[in-house]
Design a protein around this ligand. Structure first.
Ligand SMILES: Cc1cc2nc3c(=O)[nH]c(=O)nc-3n(C[C@H](O)[C@H](O)[C@H](O)COP(=O)(O)O)c2cc1C
Length: 185
């Protein structure tokens, strides 16, 4: 019986277990991955987000954000993103690449309604995120559904690194049906 990290299907399944847990629970690293985008002028930019939904087939993730945050302009200019997390309990690094679609309005009203009151405050800060303030607390937070949007990430590539006694790295692509291949770590 092989360990999950010794086979390509085992690694691929583990990635989706972590992503599925991340979307549902707070106690895994996949809950708060780093989302990287490319700014309109070509700079890499990375920030922590909460993973809200994970679907293995077709491979898709969802993250929620504010329509007035800078990442929306970045995604409009370059509709591509990378997502990263390191799960120390499994010695597992996961790196994902995706194309991104921004969805707002009635299509995502169900997601807004499911959010707890405290979370709604993240969508509707005045002035908009990134605006210079005279003092640190010179802003107000009022939930505003028109500012709520969903980043839908259609995954194209998954890179996995397991740091066990031996280091193993695998690369999976949508184009090869996620069968994957071993690559040098
Ligand atoms: C633990 C944690 C979770 C966060 N979750 C989200 C999130 O789910 N969505 C989001 O837009 N920003 C989230 N943020 C804030 C972002 O990291 C970032 O500061 C903000 O979105 C502005 O980024 P931008 O200027 O690149 O658009 C979170 C920050 C932390 C520290």
């Amino acid at each position: 019986m092989s360990e999950w990290f010794e086979t390509l299907p085992g690694l691929h399944d583990q990635v989706w277990q972590q992503l599925t847990h991340g979307a549902a629970r707070r106690d895994v690293a996949a809950r708060q991955p780093t989302l990287a985008t490319i700014s309109p002028d070509g700079w890499p930019e990375a920030r922590t987000v909460v993973l809200r939904r994970a679907v293995a087939d077709p491979a898709m993730l969802e993250v929620y954000t504010d329509t007035q945050s800078d990442k929306i302009a970045s995604i409009a200019a370059h509709p591509r993103a990378a997502l990263h997390f390191w799960e120390p309990a499994l010695a597992l690094q996961v790196r994902l690449q995706a194309t991104v679609e921004v969805i707002s309005g009635p299509t995502v009203a169900d997601r807004w309604q499911e959010l707890p009151d405290g979370a709604l405050l993240s969508y509707g800060v005045t002035p908009p995120p990134g605006t210079t303030l005279p003092h640190a607390l010179d802003y107000t937070k009022t939930p505003d559904q028109s500012r709520f949007c969903v980043l839908q990430l259609a995954l194209g590539h998954i890179d996995v690194m397991h740091l066990g006694t031996y280091h193993r790295r695998a690369s999976f692509s949508a184009t090869d049906g996620w069968t994957g291949k071993w690559v040098s770590p």
